[in-house]
Structures are given as C-alpha cells and as structure tokens.
Design a protein around this ligand. Structure first.
Ligand code: ATP
Length: 360
C-alpha cells in the first residue's frame, strides 16, 4: 500500500466578490455574489513508503491546498485520497497519530510557555507513552541540538531555533509520514544545511515518508529523488530530479582558454563524431556545448587535452533553479498541449521517453 494515494483530487473555493463603495458594501449584505476558485484540479499521484518527494510550484499553484487536504484540514470537493491507510478528513483522530506536520510560516508551539511544556502537551494529545516520549525527546534533542532551548518560551527563540523545535514537535509521536510546508523558509544557510541533514537521516533510519513543499530548490537537490511540479492546480511534471535535468537541462558547457590561437575548424575535427556544438568568440578561447543525453565531458576533454595547449577550463552546468524557472516560464500552457513534438519542451514526446509521468 502506498503511503499517499491521490486520485482525481479537486478543491474548489467559493470566494465572495466585494462591490466597490459604500453602496456596493450595502448591496453585498443582501445580495452576495461569489467567484469560484479551483485551487487543485483533479490531480493524481502515489507516494510509496519511505520516499522523500518534493512538491513544488509557483505562488498560488495549489501546494498548500493539497497539503491541507492530505493532512485532513480541508475536505476535498471531489476525488479520492488515502494517507497512511486513512481518509484524512474522515478518520481525524486515528489519522493524526501517524502523521507529522510542519508549516514553516505558522507555529504549532504555544508562544508564551517553555518549549518542553508544549512538548508535554503534544505528548498528551498524541497519547505517547512516557517511556517512548523520553527516549524520543532525548534523541531529537541530541540530533537537533535543542539543549537549553527546551526551557525557553517560543517567543524568545530565533527563527532557526524555533524551526528545530517545530521539527522535534512534529516527530515526538514517531509518525510514519511527515508533511513539511516550507521548512527552511527564512533560515540561514547553516541552519538550512543542518535541517536537511537531519531530515535525510530521519528518512534513512526510520524509513519516514516525507512530502516537502519548498521554494528553495537546494532543499530538493539535497533531499528528494522525486519531484511533483504543480502549476495552476495541475501537475505538469512528476518524475526524478535527474530526469527533470535531462529533459529540460541544457546539458553542460565547457569553457576553454588556449595558450595559442586554435581555429574553430580544428576543434570541430578533434571532436568529430561526438554530439557537441562549438562556439568561438576569438581564437584564444572557445565554448563547447554538450547536450545532457549524448557525450560526457570526459569524452570531449580526452580528445582535446594534450593536442591543444589549454590555459584554463571551466565546466558550467544548468542548475535546478534555472531549469525550474524555465519550466514555470514556458511551462504550463505548453505542457497541457497534446504532445508538441519538440525536444526539451514540457509536454513533448521527450518527456514520455524518459519515463517521467506526463500530465497533459
Ligand atoms: N481558503 C481559501 N479561500 C479561497 N481561495 C483560496 C483559499 N486557499 C487558497 N485559495 C486560492 O487557491 C489557489 C492556490 O493556493 P495555495 O495556497 O494552495 O497555493 P500555494 O501553491 O501553496 O502558494 P504559495 O507558494 O504562495 O503558498 C490560490 O489562487 C489561492 O488564492
């Protein structure tokens, strides 16, 4: 049984329209008008136990709405969902014992009381036996370096300290599935790295399933083997991070500087038979573009080094940030067109060939 199972999940909100001016406000009192917003549009996916999956998309794409449905906070308009064997909004009490949730922007800890007292309350809420609680708290304190933070009220903690406490709070009852909504937002790079390391080890030691929404693609790079990308309530990509890079990445670019002038023709001859493209601004330098799927950098360098005197080499790779920005930009509309046969574009045949799940 998958940890998370979602089929044709949909969420519509009814939002009241406001008319302008005093007269409009008066009319609103008696004759309300509504707009319908469809935040999540019939999405389907499954997440197996023990997977760390990134759930990404631009602002307003529908990520939080999905997480709220998966955690039982919102009731879907239609569709089916099952999380850890439960239907979240129906089996609330039993369901919450098996999940942990961290909303980076909102605290689950009580503001004015010591962190440890919040933990004690959560222990009661989740009915964690005393011995399990002690062992778990010791381990979490140690790994997240909570130490003397435990006796402080939450309002006296820095953001990074609070986030470490939030993570501990969400894990006190040893949940099988953890939902993290922007867990590293606003944190400095050191704390971000600590939190990523912690999540990785949590997943490895306990096989915890993690669904992570983030705008920080370094989180995804560090943690996720799979990403689901949402745009305007629809899934536009579901597949591996490597496939994402392969499908949309522009490959690698090697920038070379030579000691003596080298004509472009010579460079082309040296790499004959390899699927590469050379560009040159002057005879003393050159760039070679190596597509993601064909040759690799060492094949290309093996042909050149020793034959040509090289003063300097730089290897540039499209990073995930660039790729995702590119998909968002070109993204959704293209993705929904039925199979535009153009390589490297969302919705093209290339995506299907790579085994990613196309959602068109
Ligand atoms: N309670 C609500 N009532 C009405 N509309 C809502 C409600 N919650 C969300 N929406 C709308 O649904 C859409 C999706 O919002 P959602 O918060 O799920 O996006 P998101 O991907 O989490 O964005 P962000 O990255 O900004 O958090 C948006 O258009 C939003 O305005």
């Amino acid at each position: 049984m998958p940890a998370i199972e979602v089929k044709d999940l949909r969420k519509e909100f009814r939002v009241q329209k406001s008319r302008s001016g005093l007269k409009g406000a008066f009319r609103d009192l008696f004759d309300r008008e509504y707009n319908q917003v469809t935040a999540v549009k019939d999405i389907s996916f499954e997440i197996p136990e023990g997977e760390i999956c990134g759930y990404i998309g631009e602002n307003g794409a529908g990520k939080s709405t999905t997480i709220k449905m998966l955690t039982g906070i919102l009731v879907p308009t239609s569709g089916h969902l099952q999380v850890n064997g439960y239907i979240p909004y129906k089996d609330r009490e039993a369901f919450v014992k098996g999940i942990g949730v961290v909303f980076g922007q909102r605290s689950q800890l009580w503001w004015d009381i010591g962190v440890i007292e919040s933990f004690q309350l959560l222990k009661k809420v989740y009915r964690v036996p005393e011995n399990d609680f002690k062992a778990r708290l010791d381990e979490l304190s140690d790994r997240l370096q909570l130490g003397e933070l435990l006796s402080r009220p939450v309002r006296k903690l820095s953001l990074g300290q609070r986030m470490r406490c939030e993570l501990a709070a969400s894990l006190l009852h040893n949940p099988a599935i953890v939902f993290l909504d922007e867990p590293t937002i606003g944190l400095d790079i050191v704390v971000k790295t600590e939190i990523r390391e912690f999540l990785k080890s949590l997943n490895q030691r306990y096989g915890t399933t993690i669904l992570l929404t983030t705008h920080d693609l370094q989180d995804i790079e560090a943690l996720c083997s799979r990403v689901i990308m949402l745009d305007d309530g629809r899934i536009i990509y579901d597949g591996g991070l490597d496939q994402l890079k392969e499908t949309w990445g522009k490959g690698k670019e090697v920038v070379l500087q030579f000691n003596d002038p080298v004509p472009l023709e010579n460079l082309k001859l040296l790499t004959e038979g390899l699927d590469v493209t050379w560009e040159q601004d002057s005879a003393l330098d050159a760039r070679v573009l190596i597509p993601q799927r064909s040759a690799n950098v060492s094949d290309v360098l093996a042909r050149i080094v020793g034959v040509v005197q090289i003063a300097d080499i730089r290897i540039l790779e499209t990073n995930t940030d660039d790729i995702v920005r590119e998909i968002y930009k070109s993204g959704s509309a293209e993705a929904r067109k039925p199979s535009v046969p153009e390589a490297g574009k969302p919705g093209s045949g290339a995506e299907e060939d790579k085994g990613a799940v196309p959602h068109v």
